[in-house]
Write a protein that binds this ligand. Sequence first.
Ligand code: FAD
Length: 365
Amino acid sequence: MAEFNNTNLADFSGVWVFCEQRQGKLQPTVLELMSEGRKLADDMGVELCGLLLGKDVDGMAKELGAYGADKVYIADSPLLETYTTDAYAKVICDTVMEKKPEIMLIAATNIGRDLGPRCAARLHTGLTADCTHLDVDVEKYAAFLKEASTLPEAQIDALDRSDRNLKMTRPAFGGHLMATIICPRFRPQMATVRPGVLKKSEYDEAKANAVVVEKLSISLSEADIETKVLEVVKEAKELVDLTGAEVVVSVGRGISKDVETGIKLAEELASEFGGVVGGSRAAIDSGWLTADHQVGQTGKTVHPKLYIALGISGAIQHKAGMQDSECIIAVNKADGAPIFDVADYGICGDLFKVVPMMIDAIKAA
Ligand code: FAD
């Protein structure tokens, strides 16, 4: 491995987003990361870059630009067509060592959770996994930039950048507290971020047309790749798109007295809004819904326009995945249920009576 000094903080600049694509399609969560990366880069006064690996992926650069990227680095090779940890980690680490970004963001998908730690270990830096919030100390940055603006360019690098820390927040201790973590001594500062927690900005055509594309010349051969992908098998059943849905109707243990009817009611209510059905972990652990339906700390994080919780108590781990929804309606027969603390509208009653009335009212409207 080439000599890589990552303790001289002044050598590093820019916010980077790893742009995960599968079969030529960008993962939607990349656009959330890009939108957040734009805000961080603006606060820091630095460039926002995407790092895109694959085969014939140039066409995606425009979309990345539309969501904020100033520049997209593309590593194009048949050896990168299908994800393998060793090939992707090699290309990413080689590029990071050469270009020295200050921050590297990766979506906490299955691929991101595999790739992030591998790259962080190789780059001898820290990684905060599964973040739900990112921030920089804007005041400290502003002071830094103000000082930098008074100096000749040659002296800017000598300024102390140790305050330029990314504050990476993630749930800890089973979701009972939120830990904010910094990586003060090494660069890049790396974070994997949960899909669905950051908001995607609006598509901006002007930015899409302005994005700069730089093709990387990479060193990668068959010998670098110890794993071989023989076949990619697509899940036969379409997984529920909880994070992309505008309306989510979730069920919890409160449907236990008649699970079949409870789920049917949730499906009917969701279909009135063109939405999808989700569930609490109790509903998933009981085998009433498959794991891709789970909302919460160990499931998906959603922020739909409307979230309806049916027979869900509102445990902290469930709320962690839905409390940022634009509007929350909770139906629960216990008036002290914690779900009512985050609900915009609470209906205290038996869901088997309340939901049919809701469906009738919507149909009649
Ligand atoms: P309960 O807490 O049993 O609540 C059922 C509710 O239904 C009650 O409030 C009751 O009043 C109401 N009810 C009953 N009958 C009716 C009726 N007929 N009409 C209306 N209301 C009715 N949980 C998640 O959801 N997602 C996660 O990602 C998650 N991750 C976790 C991670 C860890 C590390 C741990 C320790 C726990 C996690 N949990 C998660 C579990 C969480 O702590 C709760 O146990 C779970 O959310 C409870 O699910 P529930 O609200 O459906 O069930």
